[in-house]
Design a protein around this ligand. Structure first.
Ligand code: AMP
Length: 210
């Protein structure tokens, strides 16, 4: 099954994508994680992307589409995949259609902006492997340490309050139109992001399996 997870920054789409990835045993492809890794490694596109990411802006369609093409050509995507954070613009969605990749469902995790602003301040990400946590909703077993690789968990630079406002504005302007795009294709399913992560996960899994 090929799925897309859509949602404003901090809505919890990554967390839900991870749950579904484990349940269906298909890879979760986070373009944000790939870009952060590239920025850390100082690759040419990584450095270009870093400036945009730190400012809360989107990385250019060319770069992100190139990354995605390479990633979904890998063997582990043969039986399906979950796109987490891609597409984020209509041209990216059109590029996906042009690649003849059949998308089965688009799951939107819907959370009001006000809730997001409160939630994002608790987010943490592992410097080592990119795993994500939340101090309240999804804490690591040992505070500040990643459960998966033992790396340090830190606040993402783009989770600073002013950057979050910018990312939300970008989401509404550039990404939210995808709801219409996939709605017209009959693929959009909206899941209300509940207060408890586990409740959202139940709704998400039900939406995927329906
Ligand atoms: P995320 O981890 O999904 O919140 O992504 C973090 C940042 O990476 C975003 O704010 C963008 O700057 C960049 N990014 C990730 N995915 C995309 C995409 N599909 N198109 C453009 N920029 C992206």
């Amino acid at each position: 099954m090929n799925l897309i997870f859509l949602g404003a920054p901090g809505a919890g789409k990554g967390t839900q994508a991870e749950v579904v990835s484990e349940a269906l045993n298909i890879p979760q492809i986070s373009t944000g994680n790939i870009l952060r890794e590239a920025a850390k490694n100082g690759t040419e596109y990584g450095l270009k992307a870093k400036a945009a990411m730190d400012a809360g802006a989107l990385v250019s369609d060319d770069i992100v589409i190139g990354i995605l093409k390479e990633r979904i050509a890998e063997d582990d995507c043969q039986n399906g995949f979950i796109l987490d954070g891609f597409p984020r613009t209509v041209p990216q969605a059109e590029a996906l259609d042009a690649m003849n990749i059949k998308i089965d469902k688009v799951i939107e995790i819907a959370v009001p902006d006000e809730t997001i602003k409160q939630r994002v301040s608790g987010r943490r990400v592992c410097e080592g492997c990119g795993a994500s946590y939340h101090i309240e909703y999804k804490p690591s077993k040992v505070e500040g340490t990643c459960d998966k690789c033992g790396g340090n968990t830190v606040i993402r630079k783009d989770d600073q309050p002013e950057t979050v406002l910018e990312r939300l504005a970008v989401y509404h302007e550039k990404t939210a139109p995808l709801k219409d795009y996939y709605g017209k294709q009959g693929k959009l399913v909206t899941v209300e992001g509940q207060e408890e992560v586990a409740d959202t996960s139940k709704l998400t899994l039900a939406a995927v399996k329906a």
